[in-house]
Design a protein around this ligand. Structure first.
Ligand SMILES: NC(=O)c1ccc[n+]([C@@H]2O[C@H](COP(=O)([O-])OP(=O)(O)OC[C@H]3O[C@@H](n4cnc5c(N)ncnc54)[C@H](O)[C@@H]3O)[C@@H](O)[C@H]2O)c1
Length: 367
């Protein structure tokens, strides 16, 4: 059986490639080696392993034809990410790229057994809240800039009081807060539509924040772990947005790989959406403190400022995937240790970190 992994030179894709190879699958990777994630060359962790490497772009039909020919399964992970303001790129790569995959499969009648798509927790936006006074449930709009500028961080109910947050469930309404989230929800919808119409079993996984080695530190625009670790290792202040009390769930890449494998192999997953998280919310400030302790940096933690499209909390309910027998095995501390060890061993030049904050400010991503 041959598995095509798009974005297989990246963080989650390369770990999934290793796991598939260990199970006896042939692995083919389609990746354009996008900058700044990559330097333009195949990373050494995909070399010498017997993977078939295709340098190509998911926006290019010829590359799809070459990559899909002879494949049995597709793990579609290639994506444009973060919160940068070049909105259209998210749709060209994530949405149109996915539509083109189904187009080629349908046109060429390729007998693909299943497609597993990487979606994101970002599709939920701020999610579901309940007023503590009236009990009324509501799905808030992104907090207005004016509210953030006054450093009023909580989601407020109609009485102007902090409301109660509920972890995201797959069947709740979605309110993507930015181009990335919008491109992912559009990707899910078109994939299920074309998948059902052309009988190509399709599964979408909404990952929470994934952590572990091989997450490129060169792309320093998002990802709490890579931002805090690169700041800590360059002895710069660890910048925690808002008041640091916002909750996030951090899932280890090994648990994500296990989820990818499970839904690829299990027919019960077909045409379904699953959250993939660690099952617990952590305050971002506490997470930064963990990074500070583990790296031993003397850098201070600085709390304040905000990102334009950040949601207040982001924690996923993972009971649906647990129903298929999957369990997260790791909590964040292991990913921090593994990541620090990997970055130090790879000897990355992290000099660019000192310019990142200014760049994000100039681009309007950070307020
Ligand atoms: N890492 C996370 O925290 C996280 C969270 C939620 C969802 N996801 C999703 O998981 C998937 C994998 O993410 P990752 O963290 O491994 O990211 P990554 O950046 O390490 O890997 C993505 C890969 O896609 C490739 N790529 C980008 N544009 C491409 C294009 N046009 N054509 C071909 N290849 C292209 C990149 O070169 C890269 O190797 C993505 O779809 C992402 O949206 C990741």
């Amino acid at each position: 059986m041959r598995v095509l992994i798009t974005g297989g030179a990246g963080f989650i894709g390369s770990h999934t490639a290793d796991a598939l190879k260990a199970k006896g699958y042939k692995v083919r990777i389609l990746d354009c080696l996008l900058k700044p994630v990559h330097t333009g060359r195949w990373p050494k962790y995909v070399l010498g392993k017997g993977f078939e490497l295709i340098k190509g772009d998911v926006r290019n039909k010829k590359d799809w034809v070459r990559a899909l020919q002879g494949a049995d399964y597709v793990l579609h992970l290639a994506a444009y990410q973060d919160q940068l303001p070049d909105f259209s790129t998210f749709f060209h790569i994530n949405t149109a790229g996915t539509a083109m995959m189904y187009e080629v499969i349908a046109e060429k009648k390729f007998p693909i057994k299943k497609i597993v798509l990487a979606s994101s927790q970002f599709v939920y936006g701020d999610g579901k809240y309940r007023c503590r006074h009236s009990g009324k449930v509501f799905y808030p709009e992104l907090r207005p800039m004016a509210q953030k500028e006054k450093a009023m961080w909580p989601i407020l109910c109609e009485h102007g009081k902090p409301a109660k947050f509920f972890p995201f469930r797959e069947d709740q309404p979605v309110f993507p807060p930015n181009a990335y989230g919008l491109s992912k929800i559009a990707l899910e919808q078109l994939a299920f539509r074309f998948g059902k119409t052309h009988t190509i079993p399709t599964v979408a996984l909404r990952y929470s924040i994934v952590q572990g080695p091989r997450q490129s530190p060169l792309n320093a625009y998002s990802g709490a772990l890579r931002i805090f670790v690169t700041q800590a290792l360059t002895e710069r202040p660890l910048t925690v947005y808002e008041d640091g009390r916002q909750l996030r769930d951090f899932v280890n890449v090994a648990d994500v790989v296990a989820a990818n494998m499970l839904v690829m192999q299990n027919k019960k997953a077909d045409y379904q959406i699953f959250n993939v998280g660690c099952g617990k919310g952590y305050r971002v400030l506490d997470f930064a403190k963990m990074v500070k302790r583990i790296t031993g940096t003397t850098s201070p933690i600085v709390v304040g400022g905000f990102r334009r499209t950040d949601t207040r909390h982001a924690v996923s309910d993972i009971s649906k995937l647990k129903g298929l027998g999957w369990r997260p095995r790791y909590q964040p501390e292991k990913a921090i240790r593994d990541y620090v060890r990997w970055i130090q061993a790879e000897k990355f030049d992290l000099g660019f970190v000192r310019h990142t904050a200014k760049k994000l400010k100039n681009l309007g991503v950070v307020g």
